[in-house]
Design a protein around this ligand. Sequence first.
Ligand SMILES: Nc1nc(=O)c2c([nH]1)NC[C@@H]1CN(c3ccc(C(=O)N[C@@H](CCC(=O)O)C(=O)O)cc3)CN21
Ligand SMILES: CC(C)C(=O)C(=O)O
Ligand SMILES: [Mg+2]
Length: 281
Amino acid sequence: MSATSKKTGRVSVPQLRARKGLEPIVCLTAYTTPMAQRLDEHCDLLLVGDSLGMVVYGMESTLAVTVDMMVNHGKAVMRGSQNACVVVDLPFGSYQGSKEQAFQTASHILAETGCAAVKLEGGAEMAETIEFLNARGVPVMAHIGLMPQQVNTMGGFKSQGRGDDAAQKMITDAKAVAKAGAFCVVVEGTVEGVARQITETIDIPTIGIGASVACDGQVLVTEDILGLFSDFTPKFVKRYANLGDSVSEAVGKYAEEVRTRKFPSDEHCFGIAKKGNLRAV
Ligand SMILES: Nc1nc(=O)c2c([nH]1)NC[C@@H]1CN(c3ccc(C(=O)N[C@@H](CCC(=O)O)C(=O)O)cc3)CN21
Ligand SMILES: CC(C)C(=O)C(=O)O
Ligand SMILES: [Mg+2]
């Protein structure tokens, strides 16, 4: 059972921060109310990720995701959950301009959705922004390593931390976001040795996605583990179900029954009208 705060019933940001080095933090993405309802009892943290652009809207990257989309899906996830701490991703272009822009966007998302914190991508270059937000009441989850919003500068969704310089830069980034006051940090697509060294070096929890078992917690995209998304499958995804196949099978049966007039049968109908109910024309 996860620790919950008395007042709201939800896992709080300080409780998550205090999990450093203890029981691993369980996190999954959530975009909708029905999925949040299913995930809530099992997860410490639900992340309304901007990956929804690719998973729900069929976009080729996360770059065109808007603040309005994040607010609407954030509200949906809050309605479907009561236990987990809900964190919403700041989308591309809504926070990189200045720390003031970041505060404007983040405070809007917190006020509109009721979520507990925001996540933003970036290392040392975002430290000032993280400190600015945190000091003004916006808890920040950082995100380093493979940063999908940097797909155009990184030349694709490629794993990070290979080579001494890249490894050293990632460790510097991790230290910078921790010092700036981030309450935890997502480490994405990063070689094990670097993820382990970061986890051992900084005093906030690391949440890994493709960053080995050395991290203080794990996150994956829910549709990936359920087999509901198949445009691509990152190496770090483990499939726990094949719901996409179940959907195809169920819908195939429905279509067949409609075409053969097997559906709807009597049990799904409101019966035959009594004589008096039928008005003569
Ligand atoms: N469904 C989904 N799952 C995700 O994990 C995810 C998203 N969408 N959208 C936003 C980002 C994009 N991510 C991605 C996308 C592709 C790869 C990928 O195909 N990587 C290859 C190459 C690795 C390399 O060259 O180092 C792989 O084999 O994992 C990884 C992460 C992670 N995020
Ligand atoms: C995969 C996680 C870390 C994310 O940023 C997202 O879902 O957008
Ligand atoms: Mg994201």
